[in-house]
Design a protein around this ligand. Structure first.
Ligand SMILES: [Zn+2]
Length: 257
């Protein structure tokens, strides 16, 4: 995405945040920063969706916001938004795509006044539909695709940026009941981990004893079985606790320990 677009979107988003003007500089600097990293190290490409990198920056921004560190929040958010905006433009990884990329990137830099009002509308819409939750962020990221029309790229990039920004700087107070629900599920989860650990240890101990009783290949087979089975079952028991992990993500979003 053209630098001018990153900066314009950042300034429009910032206007909606009603924060002291001094912070704007930090936000604008962060939103163009990934291109400086790439210039310094050309292997650091970012024109494809780097899901976990973006999530890392978004969660970092939210954590900083919860802790009252607006500068750190805007720095992380700016970087995340840069990656999100660029991910709408096809990556220049083949000769044909390089041409398309250069054309679209060039065109997104030459916008007219109608384009600016379209960007503002997209940002307003993004703020309106945004929900402050990690699930919502996930859904925004899942909907990012390469687009081959420059107007549509700008619109989608601006709207996604607004949705993420409004979510990160959304309410700090958790929804009612979340605290209690998380505490209850955590208790259950800890019990589950304990049970799984004991079962795995018993299985390992049994395996070791049995291995001593048999010789050769059969012993080896037993050994492998009694080592892998407890590890797999431990993983299955602990990580299948889907409800806990979902609520944990939500709790993390509000800084609940
Ligand atoms: Zn870029």
């Amino acid at each position: 995405m053209h630098k001018r677009v990153h900066v314009y979107i950042a300034k429009e988003l910032f206007r909606k945040l009603s924060l002291p003007k001094d912070y704007e500089r930090i936000f604008v600097r962060a939103i163009v920063e990934p291109d400086n990293w790439r210039r310094r190290n050309p292997r650091r490409k970012h024109h494809y969706l780097q899901h976990s990198t973006i999530l890392g920056y978004v969660n970092g921004a939210r954590r900083a916001y919860i802790n009252g560190d607006i500068s750190a929040c805007l720095s992380c958010l700016g970087v995340a938004l840069h990656y999100i905006q660029d991910a709408f433009i096809p990556s220049p990884r083949t000769k044909k795509l390089r041409k398309i990329h250069a054309r679209l990137e060039g065109k997104t830099g030459l916008y007219k006044s109608e384009t600016l009002s379209m960007l503002r509308d997209a940002i307003n819409e993004g703020f309106m539909v945004s929900v402050s939750s990690p699930k919502f962020i996930e859904s925004v990221l899942l909907n990012i695709r390469w687009i081959y029309d420059e107007e549509e790229i700008l619109k989608r990039a601006a709207k996604a940026s607004a949705m993420v920004t409004a979510a990160v700087l959304g309410p700090k107070d958790p929804p009612s009941g979340l605290h209690e629900k998380y505490r209850m599920l955590k208790k259950e989860h800890d019990k589950r981990v304990l049970k799984a650990s004991i079962a795995s240890l018993i299985s390992l101990a049994t395996g070791s004893i049995l291995t001593l009783l048999f010789t050769d290949l059969f012993a080896l087979f037993l050994f492998i079985f009694f080592v892998t089975a407890p590890i797999l079952s431990f993983g299955m028991i602990v990580f299948s606790d889907k409800e806990f992990y979902e609520v944990k993500e939500e709790a993390d979003w509000y800084g609940i320990q």
